[in-house]
Write a protein that binds this ligand. Structure first.
Ligand SMILES: NC(=O)c1ccc[n+]([C@@H]2O[C@H](COP(=O)([O-])OP(=O)(O)OC[C@H]3O[C@@H](n4cnc5c(N)ncnc54)[C@H](O)[C@@H]3O)[C@@H](O)[C@H]2O)c1
Length: 260
């Protein structure tokens, strides 16, 4: 395949992509993929230091990048992120919702405040960010949103009650918003990652659970963050993904397929 044809299908030159959670492990890989595809990336995360470190990494790759701190639990903060993005680049074509937190415990010990925290960051924030950015995208004539679900969007994994419920919600919300904006040029899709060797997993999983995951994953390994990039570019590209909305791609080594 020629480089020109690849560029035509997947290139994002001239587009601005906001990656919320861009300082995190998976968000970092998505940011790297986006700048390599030509997008100007705005890294959005909780602290200036973590955003600045990611921006420095992206610039080292030759990419165009800026940043803005955000707390996704605040609508005002999300409005500020959109305004800062428009100020820095003049546009906001792509939104990636990749912030997330997890918490695991036996059901009867699951604290209510952890339920509220996980729901606020993983689900309500996606609703709010989609509202803020989709409004702009409709006015601007189009755009694309990518929400990050999980295998728990499909399967209730033990001990992560709020997390599983929030990620099931993210997938349904994705489909629902896509219906609303289909005719208005805003496409909304999700990626449902399987198990990646990120900090969250190291905290949550003991060796027995890791062994169980390997057993349940046909490809018998964790994912590497960079393995999310291909699915992301397909779903976000206005050419390769032009007729794709309201759906998801599982990037999980076959975990979901093997469960059913
Ligand atoms: N790592 C995995 O195996 C895995 C699997 C499936 C889904 N996911 C999902 O992928 C996404 C990224 O996960 P990750 O593994 O990179 O985790 P991570 O902890 O490395 O990254 C999450 C990022 O979200 C940011 N964040 C948390 N609360 C925030 C808030 N209130 N406002 C703004 N930013 C906030 C954190 O600062 C962090 O940079 C999450 O939605 C997670 O649920 C991860």
């Amino acid at each position: 395949m020629s480089a020109e044809y690849l560029q035509e299908l997947f290139g994002l030159d001239g587009q601005t992509a906001v990656v919320i959670g861009g300082a995190g492990v998976l968000g970092g890989a998505l940011c790297r993929g986006l700048v390599r595809a030509g997008a100007h990336v705005i890294v959005a995360d909780l602290t200036e230091e973590s955003c600045a470190a990611r921006v420095a990494e992206l610039e080292k790759l030759g990419g165009k990048a800026g940043s803005c701190t955000v707390d996704v639990t605040s609508r005002e903060s999300l409005e500020n992120l959109l305004a800062a993005t428009l100020k820095q680049t003049g546009r906001a074509d792509i939104l990636v919702n990749c912030a997330g937190v997890n918490f695991g415990s036996p059901f009867l010990e699951h604290p209510e405040e952890q339920w509220d925290r996980v729901m606020a960051i993983n689900l309500k924030a996606v609703f709010q960010a989609c509202q803020v950015f989709a409004r702009h995208m409709v006015e601007a004539g189009g755009g694309a949103i990518l929400n990050i679900g999980s295998v728990t969007s499909h399967l209730p994994l033990s001990r992560v009650f709020a997390y599983s419920a929030s990620k099931a919600g993210v997938l349904n919300l994705t489909r629902n918003i896509a219906q609303e904006f289909g005719a208005k040029g805003v496409r909304v899709n999700a990626i449902c990652p399987g198990f990646f060797p990120a900090e969250q997993n190291r905290r949550l999983l003991d060796q027995e659970r890791i062994d169980n995951i390997m057993h349940g994953t046909p490809m018998q390994r964790f994912g590497e963050p960079e393995e999310l990039v291909g699915a992301m570019l397909l779903l976000l590209s206005p050419v390769a993904g032009s007729f794709i909305t309201g759906t998801h791609v599982n990037v999980d080594g076959g975990f979901t397929a093997a469960w059913f």
